[in-house]
Design a protein around this ligand. Sequence first.
Ligand SMILES: *Cc1c(COP(=O)(O)O)cnc(C)c1O
Length: 426
Amino acid sequence: MTSRNHQLFEQSQQYIPGGVNSPVRAFKSVGGEPVFFQRGEGAYFWDADGKQYIDYVGSWGPLILGHAHPDVVKTVQAVVQNGLTFGAPTEAELDIAKLICQLLPSIEQVRLVSSGTEAGMSVIRLARGFTGRSKIIKFEGCYHGHDDSLLVKAGSGALTFGNPSSAGVPAETAGHTIVLDFNDIAGVEEAFNKWGKEIAAVIVEPVAGNMNLIAPKADFLAKLRALCTQNGSVLIFDEVMTGFRVGLGCAQGLYQIKPDLTALGKVIGGGMPMAAFGGRRDIMQYLAPLGPVYQAGTLSGNPVAVAAGLATLKLIQAPGFYDRLADRTRQLVDGLSATAKNHGIDFCAQSIGGMFGLYFSKDIPTSFAEVMQCDKAAFNRFFHAMLEEGVYFAPSAFEAGFVSAMHGDAELNKTLSAAEKIFKSW
Ligand SMILES: *Cc1c(COP(=O)(O)O)cnc(C)c1O
């Protein structure tokens, strides 16, 4: 019997490259075929064959309130009736801009865009326009969207310019990007010694969540802040993933560092295509129409997306929201670690706020090189076994996981018993 999932995937591959609209969805990393989804509610979603899963991906981060939160859905339904887009300013855009500025003291002005990729490419252009410099520093394993200048991996040798990590990116473009090791402040110091006043910006995920989860070492972010200040470079925190995910103050609140510019996305759109970037007023005023740095968008600040975002940002401000979310996420990783340990499996896990990392290794990795040494085959086995049990983790050993406010004791217990069953016969 062929499943509906299988049929849909077969047909999709004829019309869509790889059958998916974003590569990681294709299950290439874990093998097998992707699951097609039909419906979601709270912590659960159902595939095309009607099978139920507990969702630990949350659409890769946005769904901090779970699927189809009634307040968000109601708000969206109400605004949809008033028109889908105007291409002109609306009051709701002012409301969300004000709210973002209130919640993040580093942001004095903010502009809305439609994806994290747009936010990433816009902050880079803005930092270059503001400083009049071309070079940027990024860290291996950090993802900032698929802008040409950010699709770059380390060159050979520590202090060389990067190479394109995708075909179609000109070497000249990648040549302005210096790729260093996350958590290696000595490498950053060396780069500043060599190129100091040529560096427009350092862009970093303050908690790296696109190479599994890597926490910043003590002082790493503070030293980035100091080096940028000394050299007149713009410090950019890419909080597209960590923003309103690790806490109400985002990662910059958690680690008490004030970046010059911040990119936001995922949670702030409440499941709709919305992202933003903002920061120091003097930098933001370099943007058109005030300044010389061009940036625009037909659907920027789309009223439906903004409504979903506002409804989400309202709910996450409830007292104790992030304490509960962080507790729940910690219970998940502690439970999984304990189960694995009981059965003598080299596995560890950690969480920060509502995001977590699972590692098939003895110790928690602190660098890209270490995370690459985790046992990928073991992860893939675990992933498929959990999927079979109705627990959906990210289909790759190199992605962070997410817990929503709708994940309760029942979901946690089901997840831990599934893991117990799998690790017992490992
Ligand atoms: C998801 C992500 C992006 C890209 O956002 P899209 O909306 O997928 O374009 C950029 N930066 C980080 C840190 C992300 O996690």
